[in-house]
Design a protein around this ligand. Structure first.
Ligand code: COA
Length: 167
């Protein structure tokens, strides 16, 4: 499973922007078509629909959804625990029309909080070396590069593994 994305740069950030309140909830089966659509567009990946539910089963609290006013997902973060003491961000994306309005930050804040609540000590993720937007976002969240993953992505692009402590 690879976390991949485009590398388009965002517009400049408003210096005095205050983060809005973003409602979050857990994953529901009816979310799958919406999440699959976000994944196809933002991550350029197509997974079997059953994958989302099976990953959710392993750690339901690690799968976070940001819904719109009709309850449809506009962003999500799928976290897994595959290594003892570590939470891994397996998939993370916000619908492009809803980016840069605090949705991704709300999802990451909640994921880190739940990871601490579960007693995890470290958070990890993988990102394309060319995905400047995501790398800046993760750096702001205290992640730093711990490994270069050569040819990690299916098109041959290198990846970075990034990590941060949770204490
Ligand atoms: C990475 C990603 C999930 C971030 O989601 P997002 O909803 O845009 O995240 P936020 O809005 O919380 O933050 C994005 C930036 O907008 C800024 N921002 C947040 N709210 C803002 C607002 N109201 N006005 C202006 N800027 C704002 C944040 O400070 C942040 O800036 P920074 O990263 O330069 O520090 C999103 O860009 C995405 O889906 N990318 C494609 C998929 C991807 O790359 N996933 C990661 C794969 S490893």
């Amino acid at each position: 499973m690879r976390c991949i994305a485009d590398s388009s740069l965002p517009p400049l950030r408003e210096p005095d922007a205050t983060p809005p309140s973003v409602p979050l909830r857990g994953f529901q089966l009816r979310d799958v078509p919406f999440i699959a659509s976000i994944v196809a567009d933002a991550l350029n990946e197509h997974y079997d629909n059953s994958l989302y539910a099976s990953l959710s089963d392993a750690w339901p609290d690690g799968f976070l959804v940001a819904p719109d006013s009709l309850g449809r997902p506009i962003g999500f973060l799928l976290g897994v625990c595959q290594v003892e003491g570590e939470g891994r961000v397996l998939m993370f994306a916000v619908d492009r029309e809803h980016r840069r309005s605090g949705v991704g930050s709300a999802l990451m804040d909640e994921f880190l909080e739940r990871s601490r609540g579960r007693g995890l000590k470290r958070a990890t993720l993988e990102v394309r070396v060319g995905n400047a937007t995501a790398i800046r976002f993760y750096t702001r969240y205290g992640f730093s590069v711990v490994d270069l993953l050569r040819g990690y992505y299916s098109d041959g692009e290198n990846g970075y593994q990034m990590a941060r402590p949770l204490s």
